[in-house]
Design a protein around this ligand. Structure first.
Ligand SMILES: [Zn+2]
Length: 419
């Protein structure tokens, strides 16, 4: 087998890896770079395209395949959410008046090309998917061909969250010939998750005591539902006092419907609840005008550059009683959340607004941290390990840590390696 690293190496974004055998060729992910457009940079002659999960940096380039009738493989949630995100991308491009060569028909074609399954056999090749943690429906992929085995993690985590179980190393294939692993947090050890959740609750309680508003920008898919469920449960059990809590995002509300429908993707506890994502204390709103302050608001966009989150950020930033909770680890350089956090200001319509509200970053990430990455590599003992999906420093820091367990390598973009 040959591994061709087409994108998402030495950086995050545009993930795509081709696996080539004498009989055929499959793609592992088909993503775009965040903030960039769909491109024709990747080959299109794949026998199958396997999508690890519904984040656009792993799936956003699928529109460029919409007219070649590809076989796309992935889970039910990945299929439904990816096609919704593609429709949303088309809507945003049209709203901005950009010439975008794809329309809703193209996004529908992608949905029609989808094979929802956990295993697939192609000539000379067998493919198996395994739960990856990270977000609902995320999968790792193993490919067997010619007596060799490759395991691709996609984005993953080993830790459980309130709604999702982490990936279970004991269920994954041992001693693969090659492990292709993400390295987002290759050089970073995070605080224990319980401690991060306590930090969040402390921040919310302190803001409630001074009757302030809490703004929580979150992605429409998974982070938004996870945060709403966390706060809902904390109010139900008395960990947090009752307060107005809202979500504002039509896309998130649609995805919440899938979550109620496909409970099998979530923890046992969630599966036992009738409509686990119909919350007791969290209301879904359509517009910011419906908010009754003071309130906790979970809304899109996740980086605070558009939608309700940008609007509320600019409304609430000047008041020191309010707080803004950032739960993403990564923030794009020009995002309002990054500027608010680092420079203590915001820019709206050319005016500068000083940020007096408390801005707190609490990284409740769905990625494995360095400890979890090493734990997986120790459990699987791969012959060779290729580090992808991470800034080069992060990948190299991990590479140094695992060099005693496996032959570690950080590939270059477009590099082709035989296994
Ligand atoms: Zn992801």
């Amino acid at each position: 087998m040959k591994i061709h690293f087409l994108g998402g190496v030495r950086e995050i974004g545009g993930s795509c890896i081709a696996i080539e055998t004498d009989y055929g060729k499959v793609a592992l992910d088909y993503g775009i770079k965040v903030g960039e457009k769909v491109t024709d940079q990747f080959p299109k002659d794949f026998d199958a395209v396997i999508i690890s999960h519904a984040h656009l940096d792993h799936s956003g380039n699928l529109l460029s395949l919409s007219r070649v009738n590809p076989v796309i493989v992935g889970s039910r949630i990945t299929c439904d959410v990816t096609t919704d995100l593609l429709h949303d991308m088309i809507k945003i491009q049209n709203m901005n008046g950009n010439h975008f060569p794809y329309n809703n028909q193209d996004a529908d074609n992608i949905k029609k090309s989808w094979w929802i399954r956990d295993s697939i056999a192609l000539p000379g090749m067998s493919i198996q998917l395994y739960p990856a943690g990270h977000v609902a429906g995320a999968k790792m992929t193993s490919i067997n061909a010619g007596g060799k085995e490759i395991l691709y993690t996609g984005d993953f985590c080993l830790h459980d969250t309130e709604i999702l179980e982490g990936s279970k190393p004991e269920n994954l294939p041992k001693k693969p010939d090659a492990l292709i692993i993400e390295s987002t947090y290759g050089g970073k050890v995070r605080l224990q998750r319980d401690e991060l959740v306590n930090q969040l609750f402390r921040q919310i309680r302190n803001t409630i005591e001074r009757k302030g508003n809490v703004l929580i920008p979150a992605f429409a898919f998974h982070r938004s539902q996870e945060m709403a469920k966390r706060i809902d449960q904390a109010m139900e059990s008395g960990i947090l006092p009752n307060y107005n809590v809202y979500t504002i995002s039509p896309l998130a509300h649609k995805i919440t419907g899938y979550f109620n429908g496909y409970k099998q993707f979530f923890t046992q506890e969630i599966q036992q609840q009738k409509q686990p994502f119909n919350y007791q204390h969290v209301k879904q709103l359509h517009r910011t005008g419906q908010i009754r302050e003071p309130a906790i608001v979970i809304c899109t966009s996740g980086f605070g550059h558009a939608g309700a989150s940008f609007h509320l950020l600019t409304e609430w930033a000047a008041d020191e009683d309010n707080s803004v909770v950032i739960n993403s680890g990564y923030l794009p350089p020009e995002s309002p959340l990054k500027i608010a956090k680092e420079k203590g200001e915001l820019i709206k319509n050319g005016y500068t607004i000083p940020v007096q509200a408390e801005v707190k970053q609490i990284e409740l990430s769905g990625h494995a941290d360095q400890g979890e990455l090493i734990q997986l590599i120790r459990a699987l003992k791969p012959k060779r390990t290729f580090l992808v999906h991470g800034e080069v420093e992060q990948a190299q820091l991990l590479s140094e840590k695992i060099s005693g367990i496996t032959e570690a390598y950080v590939p270059e973009k477009n590099e082709k390696i035989s296994v």
